[in-house]
Design a protein around this ligand. Structure first.
Ligand code: TXA
Ligand code: MG
Length: 341
């Protein structure tokens, strides 16, 4: 199969392909999604196949407008209305009790709940409207690899496996949406940290949010099935560096073991050590966590084009958006932090 690239002017051509039951990757404000008609079970089955995604990992339904939500859920709690009013369109995915009759069975992967979001990108919403059906949209990467933040990333992973890509340049946020379970309105739970921070949600609702047990203790069973899988892994092992004074020690230690080192860190760290290592990718200025999040997946992918055999990556503070950045980075590193001595 030849994978086409459409620009936003050709959005209707891409939509026609979706209507015909084929797969089109589409941009969102977070990462590129792998789109298919969420009411067509055969089309949805192709999504799992193209990504190599385990079949017990349900998909997010992407809609163009809030009035559509009622078709796919059995109940919209008042507190969910508040979240929708404040954060939609935007990088917040809500888990509702599903109206399963309105969706292809493979979308919910056997669960009684469904994930829904409305992306904060006009082109995405125009595209969904042109398709005339709700779209599933898992991140458009090969399962286990970093999510795609550009059409080039999607092409790299899925060329030959999908009909095409709707190209809208690089995504703005760079990390996936925050997933919040609203099926029990008395106990809202964050299942996946993301672009919208726990603090922002708490300030909006005036309540303390619960975190899924798995986010606190990795031995627990996650409520978002996708969280348990190996994720965001580049081809090279990643080691996290927490203390500024550890960079030199880590470089010396791994070079002595014969590793060729790549650095993924803020500009000042990169400029301090770049003459000692084989490759580097800067994540913006020190302290700019938004830029670090936006560039993270591109950075994790970058090193496979370099001679680096090991990536030393900066560990950021977990405050605010840093929580989502570190959730992805810790998984990419298999929670491996450098320890001296
Ligand atoms: O920003 C995003 O959310 C991107 C863009 C493309 O919209 N999409 C995305 O989809 O990240 P995906 O499939 O890579 O991640 C969806 C996550 C998975 O961890 C999945 O297990 C969880 O949401 N999920 C989906 N439906 C669920 C449900 N009914 N209950 C609990 N978790 C669910
Ligand atoms: Mg994903």
């Amino acid at each position: 199969m030849i994978t086409k690239i459409w620009s936003k002017e050709d959005l209707n051509d891409a939509a026609a392909v979706i209507k015909a039951g084929e797969l089109v990757s589409f941009p969102t404000e977070t990462v590129y999604g792998l789109g298919a008609d969420a009411t067509n079970n055969e089309a949805v089955s192709q999504v799992y196949l193209a990504k190599g995604r385990p079949s017990d990992n349900p998909l997010i339904v992407h809609l163009a407008q809030q009035t559509e939500v009622a078709k796919y859920v059995t109940e919209i709690p008042a507190i969910a209305e508040k979240l929708m009013a404040h954060f939609w369109p935007g990088p917040l995915t809500l888990i509702f009790k599903a109206n399963k009759a309105a969706l292809a069975p493979l979308v919910t992967a056997g669960l009684d709940s469904v994930a829904i979001r409305i992306p904060d990108n006009q082109i995405t919403r125009d595209f969904i409207r042109a398709c005339g059906v709700p779209l599933v949209g898992p991140s458009a990467n090969t399962s286990g690899k970093p999510s795609p933040t550009s059409a080039t990333h999607v092409y790299h992973d899925l060329a030959g496996k999908i009909a095409g890509i709707l190209d809208d340049g690089e995504t703005g946020v760079g990390l996936e949406s925050t997933v919040v379970d609203v099926t029990n309105p008395d106990k809202l739970v964050i299942l996946r940290p993301g672009a919208i921070s726990q603090e922002e949600i708490e300030q909006t609702l005036g309540i303390i949010m619960n975190m899924d047990q798995y986010l606190v203790n990795q031995e627990a069973q996650p409520k978002a099935p996708g969280m348990k899988y190996q994720h965001y892994s580049p081809n090279e092992p990643v080691i996290l560096i927490k203390q500024a004074e550890d960079w030199q020690a880590a470089i010396d230690y791994y070079q002595a073991k014969g590793e060729k080192i790549g650095l993924l860190a803020n500009q000042s760290i990169v400029s301090l050590y770049e003459n000692q290592i084989v490759a580097s990718y800067d994540l913006g200025q020190a302290g700019d966590i938004e830029t670090a999040g936006r560039k993270l997946y591109g950075g994790l992918r970058y090193f496979s084009e370099t001679p680096a055999t090991l990536i030393l990556a900066e560990a950021f503070s977990k405050k605010g958006f840093g929580e989502a950045v570190m959730n992805r980075l810790e998984k990419a590193a298999g929670f491996h932090y450098f320890k001296r001595g």
